[in-house]
Design a protein around this ligand. Structure first.
Ligand code: ZN
Length: 548
């Protein structure tokens, strides 16, 4: 989940802020906005800044200053309030038109649980009152669609203390959704010429030293296990395993592009305070693949990956998305980025041209690239307008070299392949979390754990109800009979609540004429249909993955 807005942390000792405090803070902010007072920026020499905060007894600002040098320190003053701040700021308070303080939370100083817990106030601002109100409405809707709440109500996933934090257990209904997503991915990847592989969940330390995950990525990995005098790590990424599959046999240009796909299970260490439902977890199932190609093949391969993203967006009714081209920062070569200035520029140009040629809307951001190459970050918006980071599509010109991956060229030389890392459906965890909100739990028929519920009006029609269910089941539909001794009205209401896409009501007339009365979630009564006709139409809907 990505949230917009701002926050401010305060050390209030034992004083607890209440909702009323937020109201009076908001009032004060609105008053200050009306005064139209300026924010004045001033550069400060370090010694002077330290003296200022020493006199005020502000240990936090002194802590921040200890990591700053002369020339990096700026103060902002507005009215009687002066603070250490990197900026930038709006020129004056008069530009603030609509503001809302949304919540109070605890936050450790510098996010470290060894430090003191401060009080954090969250807020949001918009250029107009109307936009603010729309945003607040969206938040309210998001609360109703909270994936943790729906996940529980619909039997999608659960968490258990004994299993551990951030390790979701997928319940039978959630597992059906997982399997449908994997089926979609496998079909799509098969069509696009991918080959499937399976790799272990652990690997020896030496592989992660080769890949550079150790030490650069160590903080995000689980601590190692010792076995036969060797250290083994749980995999945080599938790439190194796939590179080893590439290297298992000598390769020639004729083998390229080689596209290796796996729904890989990865384990990442996230601080317990950062864990959040399915959105931030410690075990993830990734729609992963690595494409090994020549420079000449790159543009077409990269475009094909982008097309796959767009195909998926259409299937899931994702209308708003943006692709962000994340580039390196030339000043941080050798530290944050592989020190290959020419390769960076060349690869970034390759990616940029693919995006322009494919007419895909994108923005460029400097200093957000991966360690080993530029990437496309994909942001999507749910049906209620909330933003999610879906996945990245990365180009890698460094790992091939680190793993000594080679292929023979037509003139009998050797060259290193470019590698594309891609995961259009992200991880099951994040994507299903997104889908729960996006569909408000009302999955399209093809994804729905239960597709049809057969509702006999009374026990008299139970036998025919079972015939209907067994015919549907034989045709591949997920179906159950509501055999409870309840009034039909209650059966309908309960199954609506469980968001079953189709209900088939069975009574005297239906039984005598081999028909069913069809009710569609969200559409109500669709009238009587021949049983065979209904079986055909629902199967077509499932086959086409109709997004309704
Ligand atoms: Zn990868």
């Amino acid at each position: 989940m990505d949230s917009g807005g701002f926050y401010y942390d305060m050390d209030l000792d034992d004083r607890k802020l209440s909702e009323e405090d937020l109201v009076s803070l908001e009032k004060k902010m609105n008053e200050l906005a009306k005064t139209n007072s300026a924010y004045i920026r001033k550069e400060m020499p370090k010694a002077e800044a330290v003296q200022y905060f020493t006199e005020k007894g502000d240990e936090y600002k002194l802590d921040l200053l200890s990591n700053l040098n002369d020339g990096e320190i700026t103060f902002y003053t507005q009215g009687r309030f002066t603070d250490l701040c990197r900026g930038p700021h709006i020129p004056n308070t008069g530009l603030i038109k609509a503001i809302k303080l949304t919540s109070i939370a605890g936050a450790y100083w510098k996010g470290d649980e060894k430090n003191k817990m401060l009080t954090r106030v969250y807020g949001i601002t918009f250029p107009t009152q109307k936009e603010l109100e729309e945003y607040l409405l969206m938040l309210e809707e998001a609360k109703k669609r909270d994936h943790r709440k729906l996940g529980k109500e619909l039997g999608i996933f659960t968490m258990d203390d004994d299993v551990g934090p951030g390790l979701p257990l997928w319940l039978p209904n959630g597992t059906i959704i997982i399997e449908e997503l994997e089926k979609l991915a496998k079909e799509t990847e098969e069509d696009a010429g991918y080959k499937r592989v399976v790799t272990p969940h652990i690997a020896k330390e030496s592989m992660y030293i080769t890949s550079g995950h150790l030490p650069y990525y160590q903080d995000s990995m689980y601590p190692p296990m010792e076995l036969e005098g060797q250290k083994y790590y749980l995999k945080a990424m599938n790439c190194p395993h796939h590179h080893k599959i590439f290297a298992a046999e000598p390769k020639s240009y004729k083998d390229l592009p080689l596209r290796l796909a796996e729904y890989g299970t990865c384990y990442r260490y996230e601080q317990s305070g950062e864990l959040f439902g399915l959105m931030r977890v410690r075990c993830l199932h990734m729609n992963d693949a690595h494409i090994y190609c020549t420079k000449e093949q790159f543009a077409q391969e990269f475009k094909a990956v982008n097309d796959m993203y767009l195909k998926y967006f259409k299937i899931f009714g994702i209308e708003k998305y943006i692709m962000r081209l994340s580039l390196h920062d030339p000043e941080k070569l050798g530290q944050k980025y592989v020190d290959e200035p020419e390769l960076w520029i060349e690869t970034e140009e390759l990616v940029r041209n693919v995006m322009i040629d494919a007419k895909i809307p994108f923005v460029e951001v400097k200093g957000e690239g991966a360690f080993y190459g530029p990437k496309i970050d994909v942001q999507i918006w749910s049906a209620i307008g909330r933003e999610f980071t879906l996945a990245t599509n990365q180009v890698d010109f460094a790992q091939g070299r680190r793993f000594k991956l080679e292929f023979t060229t037509p003139d009998n030389n050797t060259d290193i392949p470019l590698i594309i890392h891609r995961a259009p459906l992200g991880t099951h965890e994040r994507f299903i979390g997104f889908l729960l909100e996006h569909y408000a739990g009302k999955f399209p028929v093809w994804l729905s754990p239960l597709q049809v519920k057969v509702l006999p009006i009374s026990d008299k029609f139970m036998d025919y109800a079972k015939v209907v269910a067994s015919k549907l089941k034989k045709s591949g539909v997920r179906v159950e009979v509501d055999d409870r001794n309840e009034k039909i009205g209650k059966k309908i209401r309960d199954n609506e609540l469980h968001r079953v896409p189709y209900m088939l009501v069975i009574g005297e007339k239906e039984m005598n004429e081999s028909k069913v009365s069809v009710r569609r979630q969200g559409k109500g009564d669709l009238g009587m249909k021949d049983l065979d006709e209904f079986i055909n139409s629902i199967n077509e809907e499932i086959r086409n993955r109709t997004n309704e």
